[in-house]
Design a protein around this ligand. Structure first.
Ligand code: ACO
Length: 273
């Protein structure tokens, strides 16, 4: 096919308050070119504050989630242009992964196929991750002579621990979705034909929760990992008080439904929003 326009490197559809966002270069196994990186930031920003979007799912068209950075357009062509172009391309890629990490809405990575190298950035950027059992994950950087950059070394240690991280990064062998779930790289793996149904079911649970509390929770879990215990305690008090500023009524209503109306039990599900 002829070269894709920048706008066509990402596709998305909003259905029942779930935004399904896809890497859309299946003919290039959804590797991340500068165009795709620019477009993805635009798409995420366009979805972030939409009232009809409660959850964002990131996935890939075709056989790949994403085959990592585009070795031609991201690496070779920018390196030929010089340091300015390299740094610009890094900012564009790292920029949307950062936006994804701190998105106002809960996010789920639906890993449908190949997931390599740079794709660990958006994988970690998503709050939850579900893979097809036969999806393939790899830090293939070592296979072509570089280290796992773009956060990938940090992410693999953070999610899987020292031994698995070292093996994965040094050996350049792929693991499947089942192993990725065992290692903690994703929450769970399901047969490919059940992947979308499982992600939809998770998204529906999230859609029934108080959105202010969800946002505060996802940010808290990401922040406290790098804090001392005392700093975490302090941060969490302040984060809850900030959440009360946006939605002071939610928990009062929930408390009423539990204590007075006896219409729900917090231990068993979400209150009626
Ligand atoms: N960068 C640039 N082009 C790519 C990339 C990539 N990361 N991945 C796939 N493509 C291109 C191929 O060059 C090919 O292009 P062509 O049709 O113009 O020849 C097309 O996508 C299809 O790729 P195939 O290799 O033919 O697809 P196949 O299904 O046989 O294999 C696989 C898929 C295993 C993902 C293979 O494409 C591959 O190894 N890709 C590279 C994976 C990788 O190591 N990524 C870099 C990680 S490191 C980092 O991100 C920093």
């Amino acid at each position: 096919m002829s070269e894709r326009s920048e706008a066509d490197t990402v596709s998305f559809v909003v259905e029942n308050r779930i935004a399904w966002v896809s890497f859309a270069r299946p003919e290039k196994r959804n590797c991340m070119s500068p165009s795709l990186n620019r477009r993805m930031l635009e798409v995420l920003e366009s979805l972030e504050f939409r009232d009809d979007v409660g959850v964002v799912v990131l996935t890939g068209e075709g056989t790949a989630f994403s085959a990592g950075m585009d070795l031609k357009e991201y690496f070779r062509e920018n390196e030929a242009k010089g340091l300015g172009a390299i740094r610009k391309a890094q900012r564009e890629a790292y920029g949307w992964w950062e936006r994804l990490r701190w998105l106002e809405k809960p996010t789920i990575a639906m890993v449908n196929g190949w997931c390599f190298g740079g794709a660990y950035g958006p994988l970690y950027g998503c709050d939850l991750a579900v893979a097809a059992e036969d999806a393939q994950f790899g830090l293939s950087e070592i296979n072509w002579g570089i280290l796992p950059g773009g956060g990938a070394s940090k992410i693999i240690v953070e999610l899987t621990g020292f031994r698995n991280a070292m093996y994965h990064a040094m050996m350049g062998e792929n693991i499947d979705g089942k192993k990725a779930a065992e290692w903690g790289l994703v929450n769970e793996a399901v047969p490919a034909d059940q992947l979308k149904a499982r992600v939809t079911a998770i998204a529906e649970v999230l859609l029934a929760k108080n959105p202010t509390a969800l946002r505060a929770t996802k940010w808290a879990v990401r922040r406290v990992g790098e804090m001392t215990f005392d700093n975490s305690m302090d941060y969490l008090v302040r984060a809850q008080e900030a959440a009360n500023f946006f939605d002071g009524e939610g928990r009062k209503e929930a408390t009423k439904q539990f204590i007075d109306d006896k219409t729900f039990k917090p231990g068993l599900g979400a209150y009626d929003l």
